[in-house]
Design a protein around this ligand. Structure first.
Ligand SMILES: NC(=O)c1ccc[n+]([C@@H]2O[C@H](COP(=O)([O-])OP(=O)(O)OC[C@H]3O[C@@H](n4cnc5c(N)ncnc54)[C@H](O)[C@@H]3O)[C@@H](O)[C@H]2O)c1
Length: 366
């Protein structure tokens, strides 16, 4: 139990004095809070931070995340899990050096299931986390989204584009919530209260996505593996860019570390642009599926085109995605087909030659 008495769990015992932290000199080791750390991106981020030797606290309400994503950290005495909603008060004893605010359901069916909670997570939750950052003097990276561009009238999307968002439609709880969270973050920054940074994440995929979360990559792979009809919304000619998770996480960490503060949002995503039909064709080829294609009506406010302009990330962070769509889909399909052992090999560094693995996954998790 944590200090406020609500449910909290620690992956193992309290950290011990003199504990070995692999990877970095002790002076570079941080106490890091990851909200949403039990989710898809958050669990990959926790894993990378632990591999680098940091001490990680994950706060998550398990709305869309899973303790299964955290089980791999069970051997680490540098990992703590607190089951909590970020809209609630977090333990006053929490002391951290860095915060990654990822808590928020990301898939449309999940965030639309309780739209008021989604909006509150973005606004009340983000404000709570900003207050913790201010109290601790911690640097913060807030996870925003390409959805702040809505159905964009500018293509590709640069950070200076203000977007084309329906403020009252079914996606607004997320799109406008994320826009409000950016506003809050920049208000804290402008007031000199927090060294805060904002990453606008474009469509990212990889192992640990939920099979039933309604996102396009997981949908198509699961349908192909099951031999079910593969659902294309509208004509399937709408475009998306697909970033593999290891690339994205490396970019988020680079944004945390960059000096000075960019003082503007930074797009992270893979600028390769594919139609949904092309994605379906690659999935069919890689899975050997015989699934037919089924067309359904386009959901309301579904963006027609999406592609990040990553000029800023390239120049500020020296960041560039390395994993091609096929290279990233292979381990993702393997994971969805139940071959999680492949993913574990990837993380343990035995696939060091694979671009779909962190190049710095050289350390262990203990
Ligand atoms: N994956 C993508 O393609 C993508 C794209 C753009 C932005 N993002 C952003 O990245 C972040 C992580 O996305 P993801 O793909 O890992 O989604 P996810 O749904 O797998 O993870 C979100 C995590 O946050 C937790 N959570 C939700 N509301 C919470 C709350 N109020 N308090 C505490 N925990 C809460 C969930 O239980 C889950 O573990 C989100 O903020 C999302 O908006 C993701």
């Amino acid at each position: 139990m944590d200090s406020t008495g609500s449910q909290a769990r620690q992956a193992e015992s309290e950290p011990r004095g003199g504990e070995q932290s692999p990877g970095l000199p002790r002076s570079d080791l941080k106490r890091v809070l990851v909200t949403g750390g039990a989710g898809f991106l958050g669990s990959h981020l926790c894993e990378l931070l632990l591999r680098r030797g940091h001490r990680v606290t994950c706060v998550d309400n398990l709305q869309t995340g899973s303790t299964a994503n955290l089980s791999r950290f069970g051997a680490s005495n540098r990992f703590t899990f607190i089951e909590r909603d970020i809209c609630e008060t977090l333990p006053a004893s929490l002391e951290v050096d860095e915060i990654y605010n990822l808590a928020c359901a990301a898939s449309p069916p999940r965030y639309q299931a309780d739209p008021v909670h989604t909006m509150m997570t973005c606004v009340v939750g983000t404000n709570n986390i900003l207050e913790i950052a201010e109290r601790c003097g911690a640097r913060l990276v807030h996870a925003s989204t390409s959805e702040v561009y809505g159905d964009p009238l500018q293509h590709p999307q640069t950070e200076t584009y203000w977007g084309n968002v329906n403020p009252t439609g079914p996606r607004a709880c997320y799109d406008e919530g994320k826009r409000a969270a950016e506003t809050l973050t920049f208000d804290y920054l402008r007031a000199g209260r927090v060294d805060a940074r904002v990453v606008r994440i474009f469509n990212t995929y990889g192992p640990r996505m939920q099979p039933d979360d309604g996102r396009i990559v997981s949908n198509l792979i699961c349908q192909a593996l099951a031999g079910d009809a593969m659902t294309l919304y509208g004509t399937g000619e709408q475009t998306r860019s697909f970033c593999y998770v290891t690339d994205l996480i490396a970019g988020i960490v680079a944004l945390m570390e960059v000096e000075p503060n960019p003082e503007q949002p930074v797009n992270l995503g893979n600028p390769g642009e594919f139609t949904i039909r092309e994605l379906a064709e690659v999935v069919v080829r890689l899975t050997g599926s015989r699934s037919p294609i089924a067309h359904l009506p386009l959901p309301q406010d579904d963006p027609q085109r999406r592609r990040p302009d990553i000029t800023l990330a390239r120049s500020l962070l020296g960041w560039e995605p390395k994993v091609t769509l096929v290279e990233g889909l292979e381990p993702t399909i393997a994971w969805f087909s139940g071959a999680q052992s492949d993913e574990n090999r990837e993380w343990s560094g035995t696939r060091a030659s694979s671009k779909a693995a962190y190049s710095f996954a050289e350390t262990n998790l203990t």
